[in-house]
Write a protein that binds this ligand. Structure first.
Ligand code: KG4
Ligand code: ZN
Length: 400
């Protein structure tokens, strides 16, 4: 059994370079995150080549900061954990290469973690932390909705003798929910990432003004025997899943685009983008109030209606899966789980059904390395280590 259970984790799958030290999967000693938002914002999305370059710049200082904040040295560590996929190949490789070097130099094990498993453990880490490491409801199976910029996946997470197994219950067949948030925000001239802007502005609109609808997805028809097209779709097979638990967010993005064109909102969106971000009088750090001043009621209603529809669809399918599996506990995690409407509606519906629902703290909702270190703890206990040949797997699936 490892000494102090101290794991240093590195996460570099997308646009945050993160490092953290967590003890025994239940005590966060440090969690450092270097965000690349400023680098990618002007492009309205993550540029993979720029992401790799920024990770290269940030990885050493971020690891140093995590060790310093935890007040330990490399010699105190019992293992190094690293995200090995899914994510951007070049970005993942930066973290993996550095983690391998550290594990080799320190002669301690290297543990490869799936990013989605990490998001699930963000919630479990919070729970264990609040219970001071004691076992808790965290030892019961949970239906986990991982909803972020790259993923919208439903898993049944089950603990078995200290480690966890995951079975895939549902997922998106095209865009992730966060991707829809980001694309709709871009379309409306708002900033990147779009989720936090839409979250804040939706409070000022009428969620029932524009009736967006989600059609039912028929797996076989949808795929027509062809392989899935998107990155997210490659991380797990669709064909064997119940169509009731499949998500699709590309349609609503197109519906918003149609609405924008039909109501001639594009010039206003372009003016908004100039006023907030690129124009000569754009503020250095635009606030929600600045954005609000550029939105008429029709745009605010559109934003609120978009969010209401997305959250409603996430709820409908998650609770349908919960009912079908008889799960008594739900975890919602990933960047979109920071959303206020999502948290409040999932909380009320769970209470109505007498179920438990848990979310990570806001800091652990978006990408971070504490969740990777927490997920690595059961693997360290079970002696499940990465081979020397570990490489990045951009479409690494989780579970069966
Ligand atoms: O988990 P994350 O940091 O990265 C991925 O693994 O993808 O999630 C980032 C995503 C972005 O699409 C961002 O717009 C969305 O999470 N997001 C939100 C909110 N905060 C971040 N979406 C809705 N409401 C929010 N408050
Ligand atoms: Zn993520």
């Amino acid at each position: 059994m490892p000494g102090n259970g101290l794991i240093l984790a590195i996460e570099s799958s997308c646009d945050e370079t993160a490092a953290a030290v967590v003890q025994r999967g239940s005590r966060t000693l440090s969690s450092a995150v270097a965000s690349q938002i400023a680098t990618h914002a002007r492009y309205g999305g993550v540029v993979p080549e720029l992401a790799s370059r920024e990770h290269l710049r940030a990885v050493v200082p971020v690891v140093r900061a995590a060790l310093a904040q935890a007040n330990i040295t490399l010699n105190d560590l019992d293992a190094i954990a690293v995200t090995s996929g899914p994510g951007l190949a070049g970005a993942l490789l930066v973290g993996i290469t550095y983690a391998k070097a550290l594990s080799f130099a320190q002669n301690i094990p290297l543990i490869a973690i799936n990013h989605l498993e990490g998001h699930i453990h963000a919630v479990l880490l919070n729970e264990r932390e609040s219970l001071d490491g004691q076992s808790s409801t965290g030892d019961q199976p949970a239906l986990a909705l991982v909803v972020s910029g790259g993923h919208t996946h439903l898993y049944l997470a089950s603990p078995a003798h200290g480690s966890w197994t995951y079975s895939l219950i549902g997922r998106t067949v095209d865009d992730a929910a966060g991707e829809a948030y980001d694309k709709v925000a871009k379309l409306l001239g708002l900033g990147y990432p779009g989720g936090p802007w839409i979250d804040a502005l939706a409070l000022h609109g009428n969620p029932n003004a524009v009736p967006f609808a989600f059609s039912r997805i028929k797996t076989k028809l949808h795929l027509g025997g062809k392989p899935p097209r998107t990155k997210a779709a490659k991380t797990a097979p669709i064909a064997n899943l119940d169509p009731h638990f499949l998500f699709s967010f590309s349609g609503i993005k197109t519906a918003v685009l149609r609405y924008v064109e039909l109501h001639n909102l594009r010039p206003e969106a372009e003016a908004r983008h100039l006023a907030l971000f690129t124009g000569p009088d754009a503020p250095a750090n635009p606030t929600v109030e600045d954005a609000l001043a550029t939105c008429d009621q029709q745009t605010l209603d559109l934003i609120a209606s978009f969010q209401h529809a997305v959250v409603g669809d996430l709820m409908k399918k998650t609770f349908a899966a919960q009912e079908s599996l008889g799960a008594t506990r739900i975890l919602v995690t990933g960047g979109v789980s920071a959303n206020r409407e999502l948290r409040s509606r999932f909380t009320s519906e769970a209470a109505r059904r007498n179920l438990r629902v848990a979310f990570p703290t806001l800091a652990l909702s978006t990408d971070n390395a504490a969740m990777i270190a927490a997920a690595a703890w059961p693997h360290l206990q079970a002696g499940e280590f990465a081979p020397d040949s570990l490489s990045a797997d951009p479409s690494l699936p989780l579970g069966r």
